[in-house]
Unconditional design. Structure first.
Length: 245
């Protein structure tokens, strides 16, 4: 089964990491979504890729300076289009509720908090706590670029599968990192990825997911190479043979 992951939701047609973007996934027949989680100053877990609000809201400044109370005044949709004016930065609890309603599965990327390890530990705890409210039928995959974060999450939740995220320049000891994190899934960049490299991953028995693939032709090629899943902003454009719904 080849899997399409809606990257930050249906982010080509709705503002990324918003409930609107995730709601459109179910509407278009995608059952797997990808989201980014980080933490506010008061410990509230929110969905946001950056550690600042500058790019995807009408506010500026560090995410770690805001609280849950501030969310009411933050518009995360008007930058994208008039129909999304007033779209909020979702809390992780709101996202879990939506997952339950729409019967979605999720790859949850934990961001390594840039201000302190203490905050990162709080973020891990918040994610674990929030996931307790998730339907038992839902599938979850936890990913992170920071192997220390991933290893700590796995230590606390050994039953939850994790995926190591790697940049374009993969370290020479990538396999040792995977083993240290107890990860059977690898997430790699599409940039420069070759058939031989995919085969190397598969020879180690790994599940291979590739980000971010916004070409149907390239996605088809990757799947023919044996890739298990791709992250895409354009899930609505993929033909029905790739839909998970």
């Amino acid at each position: 089964m080849k899997t399409l992951y809606a990257h930050r939701g249906m982010s080509a047609i709705a503002p990324e990491n918003t409930l609107a973007a995730f709601s459109l996934c179910a509407e278009h027949g995608l059952k797997w979504v990808e989201c980014d989680v980080d933490i506010l100053a008061d410990g509230t877990i929110v969905l946001c890729h950056d550690d600042t609000l500058d790019r995807c809201t009408d506010h500026s400044g560090s995410l770690y300076d805001f609280t849950r109370e501030d969310l009411e005044d933050i518009d995360a949709g008007s930058w994208f289009g008039d129909e999304f004016i007033g779209e909020k930065l979702p809390t992780f609890d709101q996202f879990i509720t939506l997952m339950n309603i729409l019967k979605l599965n999720a790859n949850i990327e934990i961001k390594a908090c840039t201000n302190s390890w203490e905050n990162t530990e709080k973020l891990i705890s918040g994610v674990i706590e929030g996931m307790k409210n998730l339907n038992k039928e839902a599938n979850v995959l936890i990913s992170c670029f920071n192997p220390l974060v991933l290893a700590e999450f796995k230590r606390r939740c050994p039953e939850v599968p994790v995926a190591c995220l790697f940049d374009t320049e993969m370290p020479g000891d990538w396999l040792a990192i995977m083993q240290a994190c107890q990860s059977d899934t690898i997430h790699v960049s599409d940039e420069g990825l070759t058939k031989d490299k995919v085969q190397e991953f598969k020879d180690f028995g790994l599940e291979v997911n590739v980000y971010t693939v916004n070409s149907l032709m390239r996605a088809n090629q990757l799947f023919n190479w044996g890739v298990d899943g791709v992250f895409t902003d354009i899930g609505h454009q993929f033909p029905s043979r790739y839909r998970n719904g």
